[in-house]
Design a protein around this ligand. Structure first.
Ligand code: ATP
Length: 428
């Protein structure tokens, strides 16, 4: 983990939030590489969940909602985690995370661990609006409620028929008791969620729950996560959130133990009935409260696990090469373009190639001069291809393309370069 955290900062993926003021627990800032990786994850998710399907539409609801939403949704009453305090050092933990409790008890080896009784601690972050007549509300604790309260608007404006889904990506905020494990548990984070509305029927519920479980697992695999590092874990009845009929997590084998990537929840009619919303079938006029199957993933967790899974240290000619073997679709930079020698003519050709490619593919130009250092930097940010311009380029208009994973070089005519890269990136 230390290596991932160091690389994330060194190469501009993730910085501690408010770094120059000593940081702020549970908040992180994404740097130039991090924002690209994050955008690519979101773009891939949106493509799979919305563009590739006929039965899903997207929305983007406000972060701040009428506080009545959170009363109706049950979050004001029940969105809480059980907090316990270590009586020796007064650090606070969640009693429903036995691994974290055990890990902490080891710090006090020799002394008998003693904990306070668990107290329910509400996770909603309060916000105050207005200047004179102040109104107290919340920053959304999950993005889902913005979808439910717009259910009728979406049905009326799109004429989507059940079964159909509404997708959304956006920020959520939680007063987490134990933010930690780098960005894994933060207080501000982004979620990518699908609420899929179905007929209230057990057979339909089982069918769609199984379907979405599989779809979501496949998505992580299709973007290169090693299948051996993925598993499902069903929630025990006493572990389920207040809205869930049943729930399964997709977990990742992180350096800090198997951890939730994403949750698949059968929310039944909990939310729509709390918001008093129904659906009328336009062909049969039958009216009912749909059930909801939800897939709820964290963008920041996905980013962290993609980084961890892609991270490699390899021995090359007696030296260690650090490389991020990210799927090219996710890589922040798709191709780096460099002149091999400090030569004005080569630099000019390299810039021309960069300028013509960059409007279609994210490319980076670098002329720092030391080819070893330039490769090292690109390997560490996961750039799948490095294109080098050398003296032969002046003679025959060809360049060399180095593959990040095999480190093999191929000579390609400039005229074929865009097609060559495009076929291998298949992204944009
Ligand atoms: P945990 O038990 O790990 O705190 P949770 O079960 O409360 O998570 P959900 O409410 O199911 O999480 O949220 C859905 C998804 O949102 C999670 O799978 C995760 O990817 C993401 N997520 C939730 N809380 C956080 C957080 N504090 N920081 C980063 N991502 C989060």
């Amino acid at each position: 983990m230390d290596k991932i955290v160091a690389l994330a900062k060194r190469r501009g993926f993730i910085y501690p939030g408010s770094d120059i003021y000593g940081g702020i627990t549970g908040f992180w800032d994404y740097g130039p590489m991090g924002v690209e990786l994050k955008n690519n994850i979101k773009k891939e998710w949106w493509k799979t969940e919305v563009y590739d399907r006929e039965d899903v539409v997207g929305i983007d609801a406000a972060i701040v909602m009428n506080p009545a939403v959170w009363v109706a949704s049950g979050h004001v009453a029940a969105f809480s985690d059980p907090l316990v305090e270590c009586k020796i050092c007064h650090q606070r933990f969640r009693s429903d995370k036995p691994e974290e409790i055990k890990a902490h008890e080891k710090n006090h080896s020799g002394k008998k661990a003693e904990w306070t009784e668990p107290k329910q601690f509400n996770l909603l972050v309060k916000a105050e609006l207005g200047v004179v007549d102040k109104q107290e509300t919340y920053l959304r604790g999950e993005i889902t409620q913005g979808v439910f309260i717009n259910f009728k608007n979406v049905v009326d404006s799109t004429r989507k028929k059940i079964p159909f889904g509404i997708a959304q990506i956006g920020k959520a905020f939680r007063n987490e008791i134990t933010p930690g494990n780098f960005t894994f548990r933060s207080r501000e984070f982004e979620q990518m969620e699908l609420e899929f509305f179905i007929r209230p029927d057990d057979t339909e519920g089982d069918k769609w729950f199984a379907y979405w479980k599989e779809q979501r697992m496949e998505w992580y695999k299709s973007l290169g996560i090693n299948p051996a590092n993925l598993r499902y874990r069903d929630h025990a009845p006493d572990e389920r959130a207040h809205y869930a009929r049943f729930a399964t997590d997709i977990e990742y084998n992180a350096p800090f133990g198997w951890s939730e990537f994403e949750g698949i929840h059968h929310r039944g009619d909990w939310d729509l009935s709390r918001h008093k919303l129904k659906y009328k079938d336009p062909s049969t006029n039958e009216e009912y409260t749909p059930w909801v199957i939800e897939t709820s993933g964290g963008v920041d967790r996905a980013l962290l696990f993609f980084l961890i899974d892609a991270f490699r240290e390899e021995e090359v000619n007696g030296k260690t090469r650090t490389v991020l073997k990210l799927n090219p679709k996710l890589a922040p930079v798709k191709a780096a373009i460099f002149p091999l020698q400090k030569d004005e003519a080569l630099r000019k050709i390299a810039l021309e190639i960069h300028n013509s490619l960059k409007i279609k593919i994210v490319t980076e130009f670098d002329d720092a001069g030391n080819i070893g250092k330039m490769y090292r930097r690109q390997d560490e940010i996961g750039t799948p291809f490095c294109v080098t311009i050398d003296y032969q380029t002046k003679e025959d208009n060809s360049v060399t393309v180095r593959d990040r994973d095999t480190m093999k070089q191929e000579r390609i005519p400039i005229i074929n370069l865009e097609k060559y890269l495009w076929e291998r990136i298949k992204n944009i």
